[in-house]
Design a protein around this ligand. Structure first.
Ligand code: IMP
Length: 195
């Protein structure tokens, strides 16, 4: 059995990733370590933020752990909002305001290409690895659907006609950026000699 800590304060994410990992991996949240403070996330790339969070936990507790960071990268905006996705329209982390700002910035743009990218930083026995899950798609002109969160109502993944927010969560979770990064993490963990 491999015990590993997911450096997140978000119980929904912990549940989501737990469901994607194989049985032989015992996944714990930060509450398991008695850590209830927010972990610093002050870097300017997804990779650096994910590593910052994983290192924070590893350096204090010397446990195998991983952390993630996600952003929406819009081609016509040179990759913005990217690492600033949560606070694109301000500190309030307001999903509607973020989407409105994005739609406004793209209103005259013919190029609607965008991608979600999740980076997972893993530290295992002191070794650092990065996994990169990408979901390509496009930003439509209006919000559609009620499922999911964040920018889901304006993002249509490549090969689909519905937004992430119009899909049952189960379907989104089979094709999403976070799923792809988690799958890479799970495959890597399964390839180790713990089992
Ligand atoms: P986090 O790194 O997972 O906290 O994601 C940062 C921000 O990216 C979130 O606050 C959302 O605005 C956006 N985001 C991340 N994942 C998704 C998703 O699956 N759908 C829509 N927006 C997302």
């Amino acid at each position: 059995m491999l015990k590993i800590v997911f450096a997140t304060q978000n119980p929904n994410k912990l549940q989501e990733i737990k469901a994607m990992l194989p049985d032989g991996i015992e996944l714990k949240g930060l509450d398991h370590l008695g850590l209830n403070d927010d972990i610093p996330e002050t870097q300017n790339t997804l990779e650096k933020n994910a590593l910052q969070k994983a290192r924070f936990v590893y350096e204090r507790f010397k446990v195998n752990c991983f952390a993630d960071d996600t952003g929406l990268e819009v081609e016509a905006l040179n990759g913005r909002p990217g690492v600033h996705s949560a606070r694109f329209a301000g500190e309030g982390k307001n999903n509607n305001a973020n989407m409105d700002k994005l739609l406004d910035e793209l209103k005259n743009s013919g190029n609607r290409r965008a991608r979600f990218r999740t980076v997972i930083a893993l530290i295992i026995d002191g070794e650092e690895l990065l996994f990169n899950g990408i979901a390509e798609g496009e930003i439509i002109n209006e919000k559609r659907g009620k499922e999911g969160f964040g920018y889901d109502p304006i993002f249509v993944p490549k090969g689909y006609t519905e937004t992430y927010a119009q899909m049952p969560l189960k379907e989104k979770n089979r094709i999403s950026h976070r799923f792809k990064a988690t799958k890479m993490l799970a495959d890597y963990l399964m390839s180790l000699n713990y089992f």
